[in-house]
Write a protein that binds this ligand. Structure first.
Ligand SMILES: Cc1cc2nc3c(=O)[nH]c(=O)nc-3n(C[C@H](O)[C@H](O)[C@H](O)COP(=O)(O)OP(=O)(O)OC[C@H]3O[C@@H](n4cnc5c(N)ncnc54)[C@H](O)[C@@H]3O)c2cc1C
Length: 466
């Protein structure tokens, strides 16, 4: 690691975190790896990268940045799909959280885990699983994302493996510790909303639900340094079901009928053309008998819609879907692609997603990417009320013009936002496009919150700036 202490600001940061944990841009190292996300969005290069090792160090570094009026961007594992929205490319300090990687306590009695925000979601999942328990973070890139990155950069604080049943993580984050730009450490639950409480148990106890305000905020209101999440027992019996249908109407019909059942039989469900329209479902239960009952309930619905049992490999994939730390976690990562992911109400969903797929195809042609890109949909229930979709823009090879791919992704996000859908990524350029649809009152309220937590306006200032 290159370290160079050369300015009063750098000296101040080094005084807090130690010189070994401060990097300064120089002609041989422009630090752009710290301003790059996952995908084609161009990198921005920070001037300084600070890597604090404790929550107190994060808070102290933020206080210095506020005093010096210097822009700060928070970074977890850098898996943002739409880059990092630097406000002032020449003077940004990145605070990266990866040294805050400890799982502090697995509380098997209260069924919670408390962990630092820079821990990789796979590590958190592994440690919790050792106690026979399960934590919700993200469905897919668990090995490449941090807890703080998922809670901040994704709608609802992250889309977990069981989002078909649970939606986002809003209900499962019981409390947060957030370092504010003023230098304060804010506890949103135990120790904050009740100074006599020692344990977080549920979000929103003791006062307004401040925890929720920080979930999916894009990191504009503070730096999450710690989170307490609700756990559940690992299911003793797991299975899978895979059904192929005569067409999309039938697959959609089966999925929506399953969403309407009183006793939801699946832990997660996804529908995609493979090339036949297929529904795969992971099933979980307290024992074999209950598992068989749930699987039979799915079968009844699937056969009513003309479904036939799919190949064994699909069934195995369904079982793997959401297996803590399983190979499924990398399934979307082994391809060159951009993703346009969104949540939309059930009503009108299919027209919206068909229109989007057609729009993506014709825009790809216009941008000279037609021969390179195939548009591949996947959709799933987001609780009973909405549908989650990821539309993959899969590239046959790396295009000469990466910016054309970014423009295609942006164009799809604008298309969706104008039609009332909510895009998944609350980060980078995606957040800026989503914010273009904010009402004046909503914008005013967010700006007021921003001003309250970050009076000098130093933190993630480019995020949500339309
Ligand atoms: C192929 C692919 C599949 C994906 N599938 C899913 C999925 O199934 N479910 C899901 O939920 N997500 C999914 N994601 C999205 C991914 O979880 C998010 O991009 C997540 O934000 C990345 O976490 P990170 O640690 O890399 O964050 P970063 O990329 O480092 O940061 C993302 C945003 O969060 C902010 N931030 C990071 N850490 C903190 C912190 N401690 N405090 C405050 N703000 C912070 C950053 O400033 C930035 O705005 C997917 C992404 C890809 C590329």
């Amino acid at each position: 690691m290159q370290t160079q202490v050369s300015s009063p600001l750098v000296e101040k940061f080094a005084g807090i975190v130690g010189a070994a944990h401060v990097r300064v841009s120089d002609p041989g190292d422009d630090l752009s790896e710290f301003g790059r996300g996952h995908g084609h969005t161009p990198a921005s290069a920070p001037a300084i990268v600070v890597s604090p090792g404790t929550p107190e160090e994060v808070a102290a570094a933020l206080a210095v940045a506020t005093q010096q009026r210097t822009a700060v961007v928070t970074r977890g594992a850098g898996f943002s799909v739409s880059g990092f929205a630097f406000s002032d490319a020449d003077h940004v300090t990145v605070i990266e959280t990866r040294r805050l990687d400890r799982v502090l306590a697995v509380d098997a009695e209260n069924l919670t885990v408390t962990a630092q925000a820079g821990v990789l979601n796979s590590e958190l999942t592994r440690i919790v699983a050792e106690a026979g328990l399960r934590v919700q973070t993200v469905a897919v890139p668990v090995r490449r994302t941090t807890l703080g990155g998922a809670l901040s950069g994704v709608v609802g604080g992250g889309v977990p493996a069981r989002s078909s049943v649970t939606g986002g993580n809003v209900q499962s984050v019981a409390g947060l510790v957030v370092a504010l730009p003023t230098g304060a450490l804010l506890r949103t639950g135990a120790g904050g909303s009740n100074v006599h409480a020692a344990h977080d148990t549920f979000p929103g106890l003791g006062g307004p639900n401040l925890t929720g305000v920080f979930l999916g905020d894009g990191g504009i209101l503070g730096v999450k340094v710690e989170a307490t999440l609700c756990l559940e027992p690992l299911p003793p019996a797991t299975g899978g079901a895979a059904w192929v249908f005569p067409g999309e109407d039938a697959a959609w019909g089966a999925m929506t009928e399953l969403m309407g059942l009183v006793d939801i039989p699946y832990a997660s469900v996804g529908v995609s053309p493979r090339p036949q329209w297929t529904l795969i479902a992971r099933v979980e239960a307290g024992g074999r008998e209950a598992l068989e009952r749930k699987t039979a309930a799915i079968e009844r619905v699937a056969t009513r819609w003309g479904g036939e049992a799919g190949p064994e490999e699909y069934r195995l994939e369904a079982i793997a879907m959401g297996e803590p730390g399983g190979a499924w976690a990398d399934v979307f990562l082994n391809r060159r692609r951009e993703i346009v992911a969104f949540v939309a109400p059930r009503a009108g969903f299919r027209k919206l997603y068909r229109d989007l797929a057609a729009h993506a195809g014709s825009r790809a042609e216009e941008l000279g990417l037609g021969a390179l890109i195939s548009v591949q949909p996947y959709y799933a229930p987001h609780t009973r009320h909405a549908v989650y979709t990821s539309l993959s823009l899969v590239l046959a090879q790396q295009p000469e013009d990466s910016l054309a791919v970014v423009e295609l992704m942006h164009d799809c996000v604008r298309f969706l936002t104008r039609r009332g859908a909510s895009t998944e990524f609350h980060q980078g350029t995606s957040s800026q496009l989503a914010a273009a649809a904010w009402s004046a009152e909503y914008r005013g309220a967010v700006e007021a919150l921003r001003g309250a937590f970050d009076p000098a306006g130093i933190l993630n200032a480019g995020v949500w700036r339309a």
